[in-house]
Write a protein that binds this ligand. Structure first.
Ligand SMILES: Nc1ncnc2c1ncn2[C@@H]1O[C@H](COP(=O)(O)OP(=O)(O)OP(=O)(O)O)[C@@H](O)[C@H]1O
Ligand SMILES: [Mg+2]
Length: 470
């Protein structure tokens, strides 16, 4: 699957954006987590110090005193602990050896001594994560001369951070991705706009209008460099093509004069009554060839001038049906003596705005082909107006054109039968000229053909709107 640059940019942008987002949320969460972690540790360490100090200052005798004194100290200790831990999500528990018996004092959580794991007091001093009454606690166990103690703190905030981060990611990532897709698509569109514009105008540049250039791009970036490079390339192409066109035109022009002189000389020689029949026949053959050569040169000249836009097109309003009728009559004469019938289908007067001599040349070329490539059967000319179009068709029952050659018959010098010695010998420029004439009038030309059955050439020319086309 090939993706457009625009979709690729969008995908990259979205991926990069989401990755950055996940990274940022992850880093923030990690930072918070470690912050809470140290906070918890610090708090527990503080509490350890507080308890140590409390005992050292006020309750050092509790292990040894007895009776009422002990009872009041014990009550006092419990009160102290309850006062400090009762309102927080914390607890403290002390296990003090009194009269060879372990007594507990606690604050912050009821019955904490029963909620601790059975082996808790045998454990080594340290920090433990414990589940107490279904909650996660961080518990710091420490030992002193008077016994052991533990302070615990709800781990909730740490888990909250993890959960929160997870939740943020769950809704933020898809949302951000949507945003990134839309943003990326838009950004890519903006970034690629000059490319699309350049491609569109490059599309309209062809050999016929090499004077056109890609729209100037003001930015001094890579794209600006590309546009000016391409424009310089088009300029060089234009220059080259111009020189080539000029060369063809000059060559045709240079050939014309000697050919005209040659033709005149041959005609003179042919008219010499003293010449032997054989010589005259020979002269006739050469004359035919010189005439054909002259035609090729004329056609070449016309095409060269049409390429460079130098050919003067004189448009007038004229009766197309009359021109067709005249050419049809010529065709009738040329078909005489051959097993060929020529028809004309045209019942209405058809006016056309165009260059009459070029249009006649078009008709002539098409009829010439029909006649050349049809040995028997019929040739039919038809002319009619359909809506705003004029439709002209020339059908024959001739040898037809092989399907593989059909796309190329409008190419210059292209002939299906490549042998130049063939009796029907043309140069292969006729249809190229037809195509130019039709497009110079804003029309279309189309050829359909069945091998050995016949060929139909359809020309469609603008009717009413022909006037506007200059
Ligand atoms: N009506 C047709 N029937 C069969 N083949 C055709 C017909 N018209 C054109 N072709 C084929 O297309 C080729 C090109 O036609 P085109 O008119 O350009 O050249 P040409 O007739 O050979 O030479 P030119 O017209 O320059 O004298 C011809 O050589 C011929 O093979
Ligand atoms: Mg021809």
């Amino acid at each position: 699957m090939t993706l457009t640059i625009r979709s690729r940019l969008t995908i990259w942008f979205t991926l990069a954006f989401s990755a950055v987002l996940i990274l940022v949320v992850g880093v923030v969460a990690l930072k918070l987590y470690s912050q809470f972690d140290t906070e918890t540790r610090d708090t527990l360490r503080n509490e350890e110090q507080w308890i140590t100090k409390l005992v050292a200052n006020e309750f050092l005798h509790i292990a040894t005193v007895q009776g009422e004194e002990y009872d009041s100290l014990a009550a006092d200790l419990n009160e102290n602990l309850e006062e400090r831990y009762g309102l927080k999500q914390q607890f403290a528990i002390m296990a003090i050896q009194h009269n060879a018996e372990k007594v507990f004092f606690s604050g912050g959580m009821k019955d904490i001594e029963q909620l601790l794991p059975a082996d808790f007091w045998e454990r080594r001093a340290g920090v433990y994560n414990l589940v107490i009454a279904d909650d996660d606690y961080r518990v710091r166990l420490f030992k002193r001369g008077w016994g052991a103690a533990a302070v615990g703190m709800l781990n909730e905030r740490i888990y909250e951070v993890a959960e929160e981060a997870g939740q943020i990611l769950v809704w933020l990532v898809p949302l951000a991705m949507l945003f990134a897709i839309a943003g990326g698509w838009l950004l890519a569109k903006l970034a690629l706009r000059p490319v699309v514009a350049a491609a569109r105008s490059a599309e309209s540049i062809s050999l016929a209008n090499l004077t056109k250039r890609l729209p100037a791009y003001s930015g001094k970036d890579e794209f600006g460099a590309l546009v000016s490079t391409l424009n310089r390339m088009i300029a060089r192409l234009e220059e080259g093509i111009k020189r080539l066109q000029q060369f063809t035109q000059d060559a045709a022009h240079e050939l014309r004069t000697p050919l005209t002189i040659l033709r005149g000389d041959l005609e003179l020689a042919y008219q010499d009554e003293n010449a032997a029949d054989e010589t005259r026949a020979w002269l006739q053959r050469i004359l035919d060839r010189v005439i054909a050569l002259g035609q090729i040169v004329d056609n070449l000249m016309l095409l060269a001038r049409s390429d460079s836009g130098d050919y003067p097109i004189h448009k007038t309003r004229f009766r197309l049906d009359v021109a067709v009728k005249e050419i049809f009559e010529d065709l009738q004469i040329l078909a005489e003596g051959r097993p060929l019938i020529v028809h004309l289908q045209n019942r209405e007067a058809v006016e056309f705005f165009g260059d009459e001599s070029l249009v006649r040349r078009l008709l002539l070329n098409l009829c010439d082909n029909a006649l050349k490539y049809t040995s028997q059967g019929s040739i039919e000319l038809s002319l009619k107006k359909v809506d705003t179009k004029i439709e002209l068709a020339i059908s024959d029952t001739g040898k037809g054109i092989p399907a593989e050659d059909l796309p190329r018959i409008f190419d210059r010098f292209y002939r299906v039968d490549k042998s130049h010695s063939s009796a029907t010998g043309g140069s292969g420029l006729g249809l190229a000229i037809c195509q130019w004439i039709v497009s110079a009038h804003g029309g279309k030309i189309e050829v359909t053909s069945d091998l050995r059955k016949g060929t139909t050439v359809r020309v469609s020319l603008p009717g009413k709107s022909g006037q506007e086309i200059s």
